[in-house]
Design a protein around this ligand. Structure first.
Ligand code: NA7
Length: 292
């Protein structure tokens, strides 16, 4: 029998990840802070939980995909949260991007009650969530990782065990740091090309034929060319992750001057009111600064 899945957090990513479980025949229950967002999944057969606590009671495995550390705190530690009903035979998978410190705290508290805990932040954005092809960066015990593999593979096509709890979050934050560099650097280049009269198509052709090519560049260049800034991954959430990375680096006494500067460019996008747009909206900040 497939395990009963409880999915908490039905935002841009979570709604699509939860849908995979219905598509693949798992019994599904869902909870979201704004209950209306559960409607499409409930119409397709998911049960609705009134609180995270009720969700945990109805499930063998709860998967969380909420915005940030304070949302995870609410989900786990609130009176009507998961903690009061965490038990042996129950598993908790955290896919939200949070600090490694909070992840360790969540694991410590739930494991003390016999619950198996795995962290599994994801990459692959909206499209990967839609297709069930996400990459999961896991942290936790090997036996828990192995046991939960069928659940992970309902959402993704590859899961890497990065180490103990906390290591998945560190790897995820480093990944989003690289995205920040690649995207901002590419957008600076596009604006220079535009002012110099260089054809953006030619720039892209060379980049993609080079040793520094990445599918990320045509993905974002196409959206920018169409001025389509509809959210795949919001500016607000990337700035949250940049801040988490800078805090983690500070705790390890690692200076990250590059990321500190980059965060200000994305922060400027938020100041312009583009926080809920896709991270490609950083292009508009660079464009504006260059008087284009
Ligand atoms: P979204 O689309 O912004 O969705 C965020 C979700 O988190 C959504 O379900 C929110 O509920 C929920 N949320 C936000 N704050 C809270 C609090 N305080 N309590 C409970 N639930 C909350 O984000 P994505 O789906 O793109 O990303 C989710 C995670 O994956 C995030 O960590 C990314 O960095 C990676 P709402 O519907 O607003 O009531």
């Amino acid at each position: 029998m497939p395990q009963r899945i409880g999915f908490a957090g039905l935002g841009l990513m979570g709604s699509r990840m939860a849908r995979q479980f219905l598509d693949k025949g798992f019994p599904l229950a869902v909870w979201n802070r704004t209950p209306e967002k559960a409607k499409p999944l409930v119409e397709r057969g998911a049960k609705r939980a009134g609180t995270p606590r009720e969700l945990a009671e109805m499930s063998d495995v709860v998967i969380s995909c909420v915005a940030d550390p304070s949302a995870v705190g609410r989900l786990v530690f609130a009176e009507d949260g998961i903690r009061p009903v965490a038990r042996a035979g129950f598993s908790y998978v955290e896919t939200s991007t949070i600090s490694p410190g909070l992840m360790r705290r969540v694991a410590e508290v739930l494991e003390a009650q016999g619950t198996k805990v795995l962290e599994a932040p994801v990459t692959g954005s909206k499209t990967g969530a839609d297709k069930g092809t996400l990459l999961l960066m896991c942290g936790g015990k090997k036996e828990v990782f192995d046991e939960l593999m069928p659940v992970l593979m309902a959402m993704g096509s590859k899961a890497v065990l990065c180490g103990p709890i906390g290591h998945g979050s560190v790897v995820k934050l480093i990944g989003n740091t690289l995205i920040s560099y690649m995207l901002e650097g590419f957008c600076e280049g596009l604006v220079v090309a535009r002012k110099a009269g260089v054809d953006a198509e030619k720039l892209l052709e060379v980049v993609m034929a080079s040793g520094f090519s990445s599918p990320y560049f045509p993905f974002k260049a196409t959206a920018i060319a169409k001025r389509d800034f509809e959210q795949h991954f919001s500016v607000d959430l990337l700035v949250k992750d940049q801040t988490l990375m800078l805090e983690e680096a500070a705790s390890l006494k690692v200076p990250m001057p590059g990321l500190a500067a980059l965060r200000e460019v994305f922060q400027a996008a938020r100041a312009q009111g583009w926080g809920q747009e896709d991270i490609a909206a950083v292009y508009k900040v660079i464009e504006k600064n260059a008087g284009v």
